[in-house]
Design a protein around this ligand. Structure first.
Ligand code: FAD
Ligand code: MLT
Ligand code: ZN
Length: 497
């Protein structure tokens, strides 16, 4: 007789799991997805270790379905066996939400084999795609068909549309197109009962009750498994111009943003700020990259102008904006890319910051949002408080200023042991930053989500009423706490006994 094994915990209000051995359980999974797609041995780091290397988990198995029907069967099998499921796309998440815990009792449900583009409806300006499709593959397919799919993140070569929806990812085009949520018109989801909700209507108007899609978007795999989505398309712009501007202060960067809105209107598709130390890390770790201005200015901004008329029109608008900004003193110097290659190089500088930061060592990330108008004041206060209380800390400040979203990150003092620094200082540093975020009515997670890294912080910074509503939704949709338990919401709070 194979050994009986305990179902995963903590599970609140679970139906009594049927008695099933590990052997029988894996056999059932193999019957659904095929032997080759139930991984239990070998190097599973790509599934078990998060991108930031903050936590290494242990999966009972990695299961790789190839269809929605298979996902539904896997979910039913897990429900019967009392095994919890961690949905996973590209595993590029920043908050330890897509890897299993260390118990060895959770399966990772990897959606990467479900990567087909199902249909493109040109007249409806929509594309329907499976959850495991890599974002860049989707962007390229849209581009080839003459459309723009605007979601853009530095991880686009490996993150998936299911993960983007699961986290409601932001990225560098939110100032014009919104988060992933705003780009989604419909979902297909496998529920905790193993049923399939087919909501891929592609409708822009539908007021027939609660909008279920919005519950699953940003739910970080805690409510159901997204298997496909219908996303919005936009006409490809005729011209896209990128500039890099040196700005003398964050106040100047905010003033430049105002001017950019005025001059470019809906043409303003990117507005990213980068602090001097963040840029210095790019030059340190990627010395082949040329980074203009950074040695002589505290901040630089990358701006993008997308134009539906012509290159000439875009360039004229951009020149008038920069002339105005220079005259008003909010820009001290600027370069406008002369070619696509130059534009890509400017964007590449911005996209390299998280990679350079990772190369520099373990770090503390703060993905915060605050009203744009108050960002300079916030940074002044936060910089001063951290420098006074934690001498030598290095502030890696950059992000999506156009959306009021800063990655206000903290790196250990030069030469310090980053692991020790994180162990001893992460809590106190977070306390300083998040107290200020509260004072400014901001958010402790603008775009990366909560996962397990920020779960306790959510309890502290979200209102009890909001948390109560979230728990009610979790209990209603996933009553046995099967999906990603302990992520986002504390397991004990899901459905009190
Ligand atoms: P994963 O990491 O695999 O999963 C993320 C979460 O979604 C988990 O909770 C998981 O359980 C859930 N999930 C995954 N697939 C599904 C599914 N099919 N159904 C239900 N739930 C699911 N994020 C931003 O918002 N903006 C940025 O600019 C940005 N830049 C980044 C740059 C770099 C270099 C890196 C490494 C990451 C960046 N991220 C950014 C974070 C990350 O890429 C995004 O969160 C992305 O959306 C995650 O996609 P993924 O497929 O890797 O999801
Ligand atoms: C970014 O904007 O580059 C990302 O959100 C990644 C990060 O914060 O490190
Ligand atoms: Zn970001």
């Amino acid at each position: 007789m194979p050994k009986q094994w305990a179902p995963c915990q903590p599970l609140i209000h679970r139906a009594k799991p049927i008695e099933m051995s590990r052997f029988e359980f894996l056999l059932s999974l193999r019957a659904i997805v095929g032997d080759a797609n139930v991984l239990t041995e070998g190097d599973l780091s790509g599934y078990e270790l998060d991108w930031r290397k903050r936590e290494r988990g242990k999966a009972l198995a990695v299961v790789r379905p190839s269809s929605t029907a298979q996902v539904a069967e896997v979910v039913k099998t897990c429900a019967q066996a009392g095994v919890s499921i961690v949905p996973q796309g590209g595993n590029t998440g920043m908050v330890v939400g897509s890897t299993p815990d260390a118990s060895g009792t959770q399966i990772v449900l990897s959606l990467t084999r479900m990567n087909a583009i199902r249909t493109l409806d040109a007249a409806n300006l929509t594309i329907t795609v499976e959850a495991g499709c890599v974002l860049q593959t989707l962007q390229e397919a849209c581009d080839k068909a003459g459309f723009l799919f605007p979601l853009s993140l530095a991880s686009e070569g490996s993150c998936t549309i299911g993960g983007n929806l699961g986290t409601n990812a932001g990225g560098t085009q939110v100032v014009r197109f919104g988060n992933t949520r705003e780009l989604c018109l419909g979902l297909e989801v496998v529920t905790a009962q193993g049923e399939v909700w087919s909501g891929l209507t592609g409708l822009r108007k539908d007021n027939t009750g609660y909008d279920l899609r919005h519950l699953f978007i940003g739910s970080e795999g805690t409510l159901g498994v997204i298997t496909a989505a219908t996303m919005k398309l936009y006409p490809a712009p005729k011209s896209q111009l990128t500039a890099l501007a040196a700005v003398p202060s964050l106040d100047a960067a905010v003033a430049l943003l105002g001017l950019a809105h005025q001059h470019l209107g809906a043409g303003l598709t990117g507005f990213e700020v980068m602090g001097q130390f963040a840029l210095s890390l790019v030059t340190k770790h990627f010395p082949q990259q040329r980074v203009p201005f950074y040695e002589t200015t505290p901040y630089c901004v990358v701006l993008e102008n997308s134009d539906s008329e012509s290159d000439e029109h875009a360039r004229g608008q951009f020149e008038r904006l920069l002339e105005d900004a220079l005259a008003q003193g909010c820009v001290s110097d600027a370069v406008v890319a002369e070619s696509m290659a130059q534009a890509r190089a400017l964007w590449h500088i911005r996209e390299s910051i998280p990679l350079a930061q990772a190369q520099e060592g373990l770090n503390i990330k703060h993905d915060i949002s605050i009203a744009v108008s108050r960002i300079p004041e916030f940074v002044r206060l936060a910089d001063a408080a951290l420098e006074a209380q934690f001498p030598g800390v290095r502030l890696v400040n950059y992000g999506h200023l156009g959306d009021g979203n800063l990655h206000y990150n903290v790196q250990a003092p030069a030469g310090a042991d980053a692991e020790v620094f994180l162990r001893d200082q992460e809590g106190p540093i977070n306390a300083v930053v998040y107290a200020l975020v509260d004072e400014f009515n901001g958010s402790i997670s603008a775009e990366h989500g909560i996962g397990s890294l920020k779960r306790e912080k959510l309890e502290k910074h979200k209102s009890p009423v909001a948390l109560g509503l979230m728990r009610s939704i979790k209990a209603a949709l996933d009553p046995h706490n099967m999906f990603n338990p302990g992520r986002m919401l504390a397991a004990s709070g899901v459905a009190p006994e």
